[in-house]
Design a protein around this ligand. Structure first.
Ligand code: NAP
Ligand code: ZN
Ligand code: ZN
Length: 346
């Protein structure tokens, strides 16, 4: 086994703890990656907050970039020294209809998650990217082209592809009227993608605080807590990308969807209650999505390289992880924390 340094969560409200963990020895189609940067996703916060404080160790982190340090004998497409990115899926069955369709994120045998997943070969619990090294199957690492800042690329691998897939599946393009609910990690990338695709973009945010940022990104803002402003955009948006991280009533957001439009609910997972009348009036559709398949991930990275799109990041030393989580919890982030893992060498 390969020892590496990592940040472990012991329970919901305790600081993360630096400790040595072990990665597997490389399988033939594995590569070893020295993690340089790992994004801090709101899902990490949900995972830490729901951690029971016992059972398998939790090392969060599922959007990272790094440098290939070793290549298994059957691994293809990578050489030592290559820059790579890894997201929140590290394996899948490869044979089910979803995998064959390039939607490994929906694998019928459940995809192997980057952390808190179950390795499909040895049954171990996967440990995430708040660490200095990760060992990953070659198919689930993506080359990143030079030119883009690797720290700002890291969030594309979860936040980015999670909004990219529905934006593409829903045909967002010139003249599509798109609203993005919640301007956070996912939300600001949704705005960047939709703007780059030529859409007319509005941010639905709880206050006017982020209006200047939205404007810089190319979007106007509607304050979602202001009933008059929400009423003014009733039946307006072809696509609503809902990235809100807390449970919320969908009704006011569904009312902003245009005839035959779709609300894609990506943020807070779990049971939601919907009055069908809010879908009936306007033949509206409610959808969801999560993460991305390999083709969509590669397509997104190519689009980002072409358009110079990365996340707006605040880079912190990995030892500042508790500060990052605490500020993320109170919405004090513009728009993604990324941990620089190099301090784990010391
Ligand atoms: N489907 C998937 O596969 C997938 C993948 C990644 C993340 N997620 C989930 O997506 C959500 C967003 O993640 P993120 O990393 O983008 O989080 P984030 O950076 O914290 O952004 C969430 C945004 O939601 C809005 N918000 C927060 N609390 C709210 C509330 N009580 N009511 C209304 N709006 C609220 C805020 O926007 P304003 O300040 O503009 O109001 C905030 O910036 C999380 O729940 C995360 O677990 C899902
Ligand atoms: Zn995530
Ligand atoms: Zn599968």
């Amino acid at each position: 086994m390969r020892p590496t340094q990592a940040w472990l969560a012991d329970g919901p409200r305790t600081p993360l703890r630096r400790a040595e963990i072990h990665r597997r020895e490389l399988r033939p189609d594995d590569i070893a990656v020295r993690i340089d940067y790992c994004g801090v996703c709101h899902s990490d916060l949900h995972a830490i907050h729901s951690h029971p404080g016992s059972g398998p160790a939790l090392v969060p982190g599922h959007e990272f970039t790094g440098t290939v340090t070793e290549v298994g004998p059957a691994a293809t497409g990578f050489a030592v020294g290559d820059l790579v990115a890894v997201g929140n899926i590290v394996d899948s069955c490869g044979v089910c209809p979803m995998c064959r369709a390039g939607q490994e994120n929906f694998c019928a045998d459940f995809p192997t998650l980057t952390y808190a997943g179950t390795d499909r070969h040895d049954g171990s619990t996967t440990l995430g990217g708040y660490a200095r090294e990760y060992v990953v199957r070659d198919r689930f690492a993506y080359p990143i082209s030079g030119g883009l800042d690797p720290a700002a690329v890291a969030p594309l691998l979860c936040a980015g592809v999670t909004v990219w897939e529905p934006i593409r599946a829903l045909g967002v393009g010139p003249d599509t009227r798109v609203a993005v609910a919640g301007l956070g990690g996912l939300g600001h990338l949704a705005v960047k993608f939709a703007v780059a695709l030529g859409a007319d973009v509005t941010v639905l945010s709880r206050s006017a605080d982020k209006t200047p940022d939205a404007q810089t990104l190319g979007a106007r803002t509607v304050v979602s807590t202001d009933p008059d402003q929400m009423a003014a955009v009733r039946d307006t948006f072809d696509v609503v990308i809902d990235t809100i991280s807390a449970p919320h009533d969908l009704t006011p957001y569904l009312r902003t969807v245009a005839l035959d439009g779709t609300l894609s609910h990506l943020g807070h997972l779990g049971t939601v209650s919907v009055d069908m009348t809010d879908l009936l009036i306007g033949r509206k559709k409610l959808s969801s999505a999560g993460s991305g398949g390999r083709p969509a991930t590669a397509e997104m990275l190519a689009f980002c390289a072409e358009h110079g799109i990365t996340a707006d990041v605040e880079v912190l030393a990995s030892a500042q992880i508790d500060e990052a989580l605490e500020r993320l919890d109170r919405n004090d982030v513009r728009y993604r924390f990324v941990l620089d893992m190099s301090d784990l060498d010391g």
